[in-house]
Design a protein around this ligand. Structure first.
Ligand SMILES: Cc1cc2nc3c(=O)[nH]c(=O)nc-3n(C[C@H](O)[C@H](O)[C@H](O)COP(=O)(O)O)c2cc1C
Length: 465
């Protein structure tokens, strides 16, 4: 039988901890976010559908992005116990200079359309946190303004898309060098634009067109529109005006003839570090190591280019093993938490970059929203390190992480790659029947590459388990 008594007001008093109401709406909003997904939900409420979808979306069926995020969710961590982790250091050197956290802000185009503070918010928040900010060729703030936003402590990288008009792209690179940008990120996964179907369906254009649909969509999102219409019109880092879809713009600007020779040429023009972004096979990683670049970014552009591309996080251990002594291996695509970053470092990444995680913060609250993204990820990194029993990034190693893999590749039969290559080779018409391809019996290293598997799939070559 429970014995009851009258509550004594004196005992209740310490339990009543009513907080002073927060009058600043933005602070209230950002304080309620504890994860990047929370920031995403706020961003979605505040941003017109077309601009939000442009950020959130990926190419075709958006499988690349979903798989990349799934791969991070499928991490199993192996913590060490009874270590002194009272102090943790989340920083180290990246490309010769210290970063306070092992991630930076990835280059994104049209950023001021997501939220009017755009790149200036990103560059100033990054500088305050001691991490690099990358400005896109398709950025919506001038190179010099981004340099100024970072102030004396800011570290900026310039992302280059090689244009059909090379003189113009090199003029941009010169401006970036003069403005003190220390690294050139050459993005190589955009010979043509990926199929961003959300943008097509939304009729997304630059600048946004005021159709009946956009006006109706604007009604519950007045802050975005007030900001957009009452601040400086969008000025691009590199072009003055455009009316058409984003994909049409990309197709007009990008040069599908760019090769390794052009990259070597670019490297000679640039006085600082060169990192190649968009590397997706071990073969290309090795070629770039031979070329002498300072770093590579394993990335499938956040799933916005080739759908069903390799998962960068899965490529990481092998690529790091093969070229990690020659250059720095960086990684992006799918990062939504600090523990994704810790796992990447454990498997060999020197550095990681965040695209959407930054943009969700920006859309949720401008500069303060980007600060919030960085602080959420920074706290998650420090906490995960402590829980793993490490106090420095150097102590992280592959023993801390298992990649649980849902989609295991199927092996090809021996000789399949040679057989397909032989069958695809043009031959004189008279010999075609006699030289029908036959698989050789010797196993071939080439047959296990993803390219060989794709070729074999296309030719209907059967797989063995
Ligand atoms: C809205 C948006 C615009 C982007 N624009 C560019 C760009 O102009 N240049 C570039 O190299 N990458 C661009 N990216 C790719 C990012 O740099 C980065 O590779 C990608 O966002 C990483 O994936 P995550 O968004 O899952 O973090 C863009 C990504 C997004 C989401």
């Amino acid at each position: 039988m429970v014995k009851r008594q009258f509550p004594n007001p004196k005992d209740l008093l310490p339990l009543m901890q009513f907080k002073k109401p927060e009058l600043n709406a933005k602070k209230r909003r950002l304080d309620s976010a504890h994860t990047i997904y929370d920031l995403r939900a706020i961003a979605q409420r505040r941003t017109p559908k077309a601009a939000f979808d442009y950020t959130e979306g990926a190419a075709e069926a958006e499988i690349s992005l979903a798989r990349a995020r799934q791969a991070f969710e499928d991490i199993e961590f192996h913590p060490g116990i009874l270590r002194d982790v009272s102090a943790v250091d989340t920083g180290w050197d990246v490309l010769g200079k210290r970063v306070e956290l092992p991630f930076g802000i990835a280059p994104t185009g049209f950023t001021r359309m997501m939220q009017t503070e755009g790149e200036i918010a990103g560059a100033s928040a990054a500088a305050a946190a001691g991490i690099p900010f990358a400005l896109s060729t398709m950025g919506t703030s001038a190179i010099e303004d981004v340099a100024a936003a970072g102030g004396a402590t800011g570290r900026n990288w310039f992302q280059l898309y090689m244009w059909k008009d090379r003189e113009r792209s090199m003029a941009l690179v010169d401006r970036a060098a003069k403005a003190g940008f220390d690294t050139l990120l050459v993005t190589v996964d955009v010979p043509v634009a990926g199929a961003r179907l959300r943008d097509k369906r939304n009729g997304f254009s630059i600048p946004p067109a005021l159709t009946l649909g956009t006006v109706i969509n604007a009604i519950p999102r007045p802050a975005w529109w007030i900001n957009f219409l009452t601040t400086e019109p969008l000025a691009f880092a590199s072009l003055s005006r455009w009316s058409g879809t984003v994909a049409e713009l990309l197709d007009t600007m990008f040069d599908p003839t760019v090769t390794y020779e052009d990259l070597a040429w670019i490297k000679e023009q640039w006085p600082g570090k060169v990192v190649v972004k968009g590397v997706q096979t071990l073969d290309d990683a090795k070629r770039l190591a031979d070329l002498g670049v300072d770093g590579i970014t394993l990335s499938n552009h956040g799933g916005r280019q080739l759908d069903r591309a390799p998962i960068p996080f899965h490529l990481l251990p092998e690529v790091h093993r093969e070229v990690g002594r020659d250059l720095e291996v960086h990684l992006d695509t799918g990062i939504m938490s600090g523990s994704d970053i810790v796992a990447s470092v454990a498997l060999g990444a020197r550095f990681t970059m965040i695209g959407r995680a930054y943009l969700y913060g920006l859309m949720a609250g401008g500069r303060e929203g980007v600060d919030k993204t960085i602080s959420i990820l920074g706290e998650q990194i420090a906490r995960t390190m402590r829980l793993l029993g490490v106090s420095t990034l150097e102590e992280l190693n592959p023993g801390h992480v298992t990649q649980l893999q849902r989609l295991a590749p199927r092996a090809l039969p021996a000789g399949a790659a040679e057989a397909v290559a032989a069958a695809h080779k043009p031959r004189p018409a008279s010999r075609q029947r006699k030289t029908a391809a036959r698989p050789t019996t010797k196993p071939s290293a080439g047959a296990t590459t993803p390219e060989a598997r794709v070729e074999a799939d296309a030719a209907g070559v059967p797989h063995v388990e």
